[in-house]
Design a protein around this ligand. Structure first.
Ligand code: SF4
Ligand code: SF4
Length: 436
């Protein structure tokens, strides 16, 4: 009660911070990594979060959360380079500062290469949710995810994942979609599902600006970046397989977000929400930035040792950062049929022009349009199931029955009949066309 009274008026009840205890330092040298260049922001630093910053962060963060479940998330660079003891201390501090009504959910995003039995035991004991960065089977993963010597990291990641599985640690896969794997959607998805036994998967598009600063500047992208069309097609191919067999068994983040939007909810993932600004980044020094993708001088809010974190989060600068996402939406997006689920995407990717020349359209727009329009019908069906208190997984049987009926109709159709698929073409020019 006392705390609530002290909260600034425009502080959200909860917000999220990605803390980077090693700053940009990583043992790998992934070719597309946007964060490695951030090392230049801290010349001469040892890139290790000191104990006093750790304690300030945990204390201030927990005290600012007005919700019963508090998420503490670690990211990098590579956070496991801090060693297990750093995280033991972070758990002790969280237990010390949490309110009796609060539970703490820990998460860590890692490249997996440093994981071993000690990590496995620790992560399991404290129920960490571990995000593993892996881009697909060996050859696809190794194209860009290389170590400092330029060698692919697949075998070390796979080994690290085995420690998580051995200790029954909950993990999700964070896969980036880029020029090398974008053409292999089913190979990538099936590898995660069947070979790794993954149940939670995120697909993040690599849109890498081609400049020397590492900042969100310029409007050209590197050859490693995925194109909008490739990204849309990648998601469509995986969705089509998922919706016919994996609903309720495998959870793909963008599919879940979409289903919530089709149910009429506001997307919870910041990139698809109308405004943002509630997902900040904390550097190893205690410096707080507006977002993980904007660790740049222009988006520096202050240091939590000098200014209370709640003041930085509630500052006009940060509120404006989040509001700009909505205020800068071009007319093309405002009139878009799928705005309800897309909301123009992440501002970091809004650097192309709309067809009528207005700046600020998302580089991935064509992919989002293709994907979200493609999934409209099955999303409506799953949303309907949920509204009737039935599991969305029932769509799997429904689509199987529909497919069976269609095949039977094909078998009965004459050459000059309208094609049973509903295309409006004659059967002989559509599904009845002899296969070459
Ligand atoms: S800039 Fe993008 S990633 Fe950052 S908070 Fe906003 S929507 Fe999310
Ligand atoms: S699909 Fe394209 S036009 Fe539609 S809201 Fe998203 S970015 Fe804007």
């Amino acid at each position: 009660m006392e705390l609530a009274r002290l909260q600034p008026m425009n502080l959200p009840p909860t917000f999220h911070i990605l803390a980077k205890p090693t700053g940009a330092i990583c043992n790998l040298n992934c070719k597309y990594c946007f964060f490695l260049s951030k090392e230049q922001l801290y010349p001469g630093s040892h890139f290790r979060m000191p104990g006093d910053v750790l304690e300030e962060y945990i204390r201030q963060y927990i005290e600012a959360q007005q919700v019963p479940e508090v998420n503490i998330s670690w990211q990098g660079g590579e956070p496991t380079l801090m060693g297990v003891d750093f995280f033991r201390r972070s758990v002790e501090l969280a237990e010390k500062y949490k309110q009796p009504y609060q539970t703490i959910q820990y998460a860590i995003q890692t490249n997996g290469t440093k994981l071993d039995d000690e990590w496995g035991e620790f992560l399991k004991k404290h129920n960490f949710l571990v995000g593993i960065s892996i881009d697909g089977p060996r050859e696809l993963h190794n194209t860009y995810r290389v170590n400092k010597g330029g060698q692919g990291s697949f075998d070390q990641v796979r080994r690290g994942l085995q420690f998580l599985q051995k200790h029954k640690v909950e993990f999700n896969i964070l896969a980036t979609v880029h020029a090398a794997n974008a053409g292999h959607p089913l190979e990538v998805y099936r590898f995660f599902r069947d070979d790794l036994g993954a149940r939670f998967i995120q697909f993040i598009a690599i849109v890498e600006r081609d400049n020397d600063t590492g900042f969100q500047e310029g409007n050209t992208v590197t050859a490693r970046s995925v194109t909008a069309e490739q990204y849309g097609n990648f998601l469509i191919k995986i969705f089509d397989e998922w919706v016919k067999r994996d609903v309720g068994r495998v959870f793909v983040q963008i599919f879940d977000v979409a289903l919530a939007a089709w149910l009429g909810e506001t997307p919870s993932l910041c990139i698809f929400a109308p405004t943002c600004g509630n997902a900040l980044a904390l550097e190893h020094t205690g410096d707080l930035y507006s977002c993980d993708h904007f660790v740049e001088p222009d988006y520096f809010l202050g240091n939590i040792k000098d200014t209370p974190m709640i003041e930085l989060v509630a500052s006009d600068q940060q509120r404006q950062f989040g509001q700009d996402k909505l205020d800068t939406l071009p007319r093309y997006c405002r009139e878009c049929e799928i705005r309800f689920v897309c909301h123009g995407g992440c501002p970091k990717n809004r650097f192309i022009a709309t067809p009528d020349g207005e700046p600020g359209l998302n580089y991935l727009c064509a992919g989002y349009k293709a994907f979200f329009n493609h999934i409209d019908r099955p999303m409506r069906m799953m949303a309907d199931l949920l509204r009737h208190h039935r599991p969305p997984a029932e769509i799997v049987q429904f689509l199987a029955l529909e497919e069976k009926k269609l095949q039977e109709a094909f078998a009965r159709a004459n050459r000059n009949d309208p094609c049973p698929c509903g295309s409006g073409r004659k059967f002989k020019h559509c599904h009845g066309r002899p296969k070459s």
